[in-house]
Ligand binder design. Structure first.
Ligand SMILES: Cc1cc2nc3c(=O)[nH]c(=O)nc-3n(C[C@H](O)[C@H](O)[C@H](O)COP(=O)(O)OP(=O)(O)OC[C@H]3O[C@@H](n4cnc5c(N)ncnc54)[C@H](O)[C@@H]3O)c2cc1C
Length: 339
């Protein structure tokens, strides 16, 4: 049986950050990723706030387009402009740069390696046709919205929105990000996030009357972009419930989407994945080196993100309870719960 101080599951922004922080203290860290290439295929609209550069070094190659303003289009036809400086990323490059930093810090990275079981401190990992047993003093679940680590450790499933997205060639250059609300996109919204000559065009919502592909077609029709050349198709799940009441159990910590750290209203989760990954990594390395309690992670994430998350959970609850098919009632609700 192989032994590591820490095993981090999932090499997204949360897992690579946690692994880097722990490995930097000299601990033996394994980062397990089921994909063949980190960050590929991309399942994201790729917007990050400019604040991200306080946490990670953004290379020029990781940035597709800087943006300054968010234009929100409401169902009653009104619109607002909000200052939202940030970047549309090349997410594959962003994610692989974070994983490379973890490896430079001493992390061992296994690609095409899938965690299939977890009992106590032993993980079963499927890799190159073999089932390997790996023992760890600390396990970090950074394995995304469906988190097998969370399921295997007894956490319940989290509420999820579903997103469908295309990257299309833009008819003309766009400077800003755009968000569109429509009663049909229940509990969510559609977006256009520009990346130079192309844009990520998507819808994320709670499916009911429409399936995600139908909602996306509806949105393309609204934009008049049904004929635009499609470069890429993607989609995925977005947690909407906020962080679990507890994101640590025994020697398992959850961070990023796995822990519910995605903003329950905007669905943004890249920055909070990096932040929660760092905090999980810090608590984990103190636990490994000094034997401090892993509950320090609960305290640190609440200190940094608690208020924002609580407000957003509250707005999400209003969306769930009061979403309206009437354009004016829905705009009224959004005026209290959107920016
Ligand atoms: C369509 C869409 C658009 C989005 N747009 C934005 C946006 O514009 N801005 C924003 O901030 N957020 C956005 N998000 C959310 C954002 O993508 C996530 O919040 C972010 O990726 C979370 O990072 P993470 O590291 O927690 O998880 P992930 O990036 O999901 O990484 C988890 C990793 O775990 C791996 N994994 C899963 N199971 C296993 C296993 N059993 N064994 C090994 N590895 C495993 C996965 O392969 C994956 O690489 C969007 C999400 C979707 C679906």
């Amino acid at each position: 049986m192989l032994k590591f101080d820490a095993v981090v599951v999932g090499a997204g922004p949360a897992g690579s950050t946690a692994a880097r922080v722990i490995a930097a203290t000299g601990a033996r860290v394994l980062l397990v990723e089921k994909k063949a290439r980190v960050g590929c295929p991309v399942q994201c609209a790729e917007y990050v706030p400019a604040l991200i550069s306080l946490e990670v070094e953004l290379t020029a190659a990781a940035i597709a387009q800087p943006v300054q303003t968010l234009v929100t289009l409401f169902p009653d036809g009104s619109r607002t402009l909000t200052s939202a400086p940030g970047y549309i990323l090349n997410r594959e490059i962003f994610d692989s740069t974070l994983a490379e930093a973890a490896v430079r810090a001493g992390t061992e990275l296994w690609l095409q390696a899938r965690v299939v079981d977890l009992k106590d401190d032993i993980l079963v990992i499927q890799r190159e046709g073999e089932r390997l047993k790996v023992k760890a003093a600390l396990i970090i679940g950074a394995d995304g919205p469906l988190s097998p680590v969370a399921r295997l450790s007894g956490w319940p499933r989290q509420p999820l929105a579903v997103a469908a997205q295309l990257e299309v060639v833009l008819p003309e250059k766009l400077e800003n990000t755009r968000v569109y609300f429509d009663p049909l996109y229940r509990g969510g919204y559609a977006w256009v996030f520009p990346k130079g000559k192309t844009a990520n065009v998507g819808v994320g919502f709670i499916p009911g009357d429409l399936t995600p592909p139908q909602a996306l077609q509806h949105f393309l029709g609204r934009l008049g972009w049904q004929g635009q050349k499609v470069m890429r198709r993607t989609g995925g799940y977005i947690p909407t419930g906020g962080p679990y009441p507890e994101v640590h159990r025994g020697m398992v910590l959850l961070c990023g989407d796995a822990g519910g750290f995605t903003h329950p209203v905007t669905g943004a989760g890249i920055l909070t994945a990096v932040l929660s990954g760092r905090l999980a990594g810090e608590a984990g390395s103190d636990y490994l080196s000094r034997g401090t309690s892993l509950t320090s992670y609960e305290t640190s994430w609440r200190g940094l993100l608690g208020k924002t998350m609580a407000r957003a959970v509250n707005s999400r609850q209003h969306w769930q309870a009061e979403w309206s098919m009437d354009n004016y009632c829905l705009t009224k609700l959004l005026s209290k719960t959107w920016f």
